[in-house]
Design a protein around this ligand. Structure first.
Ligand SMILES: CC(C)(COP(=O)(O)OP(=O)(O)OC[C@H]1O[C@@H](n2cnc3c(N)ncnc32)[C@H](O)[C@@H]1OP(=O)(O)O)[C@@H](O)C(=O)NCCC(=O)NCCS
Length: 192
């Protein structure tokens, strides 16, 4: 992924998850040229009034429950131990807990990166029973605010074509200046 006017550092393979929807050839790479601040469409307080608690660390995150959401939205089920390692190598994460079901995430997003120039957003998911309530937007906006606040100017992600319309209003642009993402996936190699 080469993004406009900045240094590109490939993500080490040790940080990549075997995440089918992220490496599928149909996916498009899109990036956001971030400004200094990033707006939130809904406050933490309003979310809380609606029964949702925001979490910004992995503490208390039930990985089995998260895995269930991955599976429910069509992502492959992953080894919880590998998820734990991936989270250890994650720079920024946001998840939302429903007050009623204390330990379970109902929305989740995370980002890895070099901490200075670039970040990549992964695993944006909302439990199907909670989709359409603004929770997906809430987690991505907070991830963005955190990354932008750290001065990271290039923020990328992989998007299924059907989800491009979700990311565009959040400031993401597909194939900026015609630049296309390329992926080497050992998973795809094995399929051939
Ligand atoms: C994509 C996903 C994260 C969206 O989360 P969500 O909580 O349902 O979305 P929100 O309620 O926050 O929607 C925010 C806005 O995006 C719009 N939107 C949501 N999904 C959309 C889509 N697939 N295409 C276009 N717009 C979409 C909503 O209409 C809403 O618009 P508004 O702000 O004008 O009202 C969720 O549907 C999901 O988990 N999907 C399965 C996993 C997935 O595809 N993840 C992305 C990996 S590429």
């Amino acid at each position: 992924m080469l993004l406009r006017g900045n240094i590109y550092a490939p993500v080490p393979s040790s940080l990549r998850l075997n995440f089918k929807s992220q490496t599928h050839p149909r996916n498009l790479t899109i990036s956001c040229q971030a400004s200094l601040d990033y707006p939130l469409s809904i406050s933490d307080e309003t979310l809380e009034k609606r029964g949702f608690i925001l979490r910004r660390t992995a503490e208390g995150l039930n990985l089995e429950a998260l895995n269930k959401i991955f599976v429910a939205v069509g992502f492959p089920r992953r080894d919880p131990e590998k998820i734990r390692v991936a989270l250890e190598h994650t720079d920024s994460l946001v998840w939302i807990q429903e007050r009623k079901s204390q330990n379970n995430a109902v929305a989740f997003a995370r980002a890895t990166g070099d901490g200075v120039f670039n970040a990549i957003i992964w695993d944006v998911v909302v439990d199907p029973s909670f989709q359409g309530l603004g929770l997906g937007k809430a987690v991505v906006e907070r991830l963005m605010r955190d990354l932008v606040g750290r001065g990271i100017t290039n923020i990328s992600l992989y998007s299924e074509p059907r989800v491009l319309g979700f990311y565009r209003p959040l400031g993401f642009v597909a194939d900026p200046d015609g630049i296309r993402g390329m992926v080497y996936s050992t998973k795809n190699k094995r399929k051939k």
